[in-house]
Design a protein around this ligand. Sequence first.
Ligand SMILES: O=C(O)CCC(=O)C(=O)O
Length: 284
Amino acid sequence: MVDKAVLDRYWNDGYLFLPDALTPGELRALNDDFEAWKDESREQTEAYGETLDGRARFDLEPGHTAEHPALRRVASPVEVSDVYLEVMRDNAALDVVAQLIGPNIEYNNSKINSKQPGAATEVKFHQDFLFQPHTNEDLIAVLFFLDDVTEENGPLEVIPETHRGPMFDHWHDGVYTGAVAPEVKADHIDNAVSVYGQAGSACLMHTRLLHGSALNQSGRPRTLFIAEYRAEDSKPLQVNHLPSRYDGEVVRGERTNRVRCSSYEMEFPEVPTGASFFEQQAKA
Ligand SMILES: O=C(O)CCC(=O)C(=O)O
């Protein structure tokens, strides 16, 4: 639990850094499962495994080899790991999520984003809400650091206060790219803040905050477990872009079946088809 000044800072900035979001035991167990997946990926040459909508669960970066495995994304790890499921259901950051948008909180989706040493994949600037509109904007992504995050290994970069500004178009030339136009990035990049911290910490991020992250230029990995939660009265208006059988599970408080609506205008994202997140962003 955190005090009001900290909560106020989140509402002002649109993000919050939390040290000690994971216990040492949780951190070790999450990393053990990820290392096992990374080892398994050595035998693979293309994206593999299957999620609920038929897309691959494990996504490999171009240049992936058995000697230098570059597993860059695991979609819905909570479905294939008891450890990820337990941490998603109960962790110290979730208490703060409940303080901010609770008391009733549902799980929305989760993934692992990993940048292995020298990984060339960047995450282009975007606002998460534009991937899956809801009736209101009380959604928070918790980005758990499974490695120390430094200036060199591709930290999350956020643009403070943009959650209170416009929603930017993620469609370009008739294609949904899941990224803002280069001019939007150029207009904001001078205000970017890189979020560093030790393994075990986390960043809480408002669903409308503009953010991205650069390539990993270091010899050390940077792996994040990202779990997104929503207020129970925030109802999805479109299919989950990371479907999971746990979508909608109440993880704090209780189910009320109330719906709360805010007023906003945006163009709906394209329903995911065969493309992975990074393939979609490559069209930007
Ligand atoms: O991996 C990162 O640095 C950012 C992740 C992110 O923004 C996303 O996957 O939506």
